[in-house]
Ligand binder design. Sequence first.
Ligand code: DQA
Length: 144
Amino acid sequence: MKILVINGPNLSRLDIRDSSIYGDLNYAELKSMIGIAATQHGFEADVRQSDDEATIIGWLHEAADNNLPVIINPAAFTHYSYAIRDAAELVKKPLIEVHLSNPLSREEFRHTSVISGVANGTIGGFGPNSYVLAIIAMANLLSK
Ligand code: DQA
């Protein structure tokens, strides 16, 4: 089964972001790790990244129209994009929110997620492994 993995703003620049917060992998390495973990759990991962809110909304519409499960790291949009939340709500298959860092242990503005309320669950704080855990959780949800 195909799974859409959506990454929000600045995640393509993991090479120059703080590795003590976001882990040691660059975006290409993260993408490949997600692809391998997805294959191991019977998924074909379509891993995308955009800095643009409208593009991410379009991808969520695509997931809704094509009945695709979604793993999404909305990055900074997590904390304020009601438009992404409304689009995420349209997805009929499970949608899991992931974060590399643990936003709840960081600055106060990161403590709010406007996405969590429309996600099946949220996984954060495990670096790139957050995505692997999300894939395992997705396989579990879809097997029910
Ligand atoms: C992030 C956490 C967000 O607060 C931040 O804006 C990001 C990445 C994470 O994966 O830890 O860009 O979503």
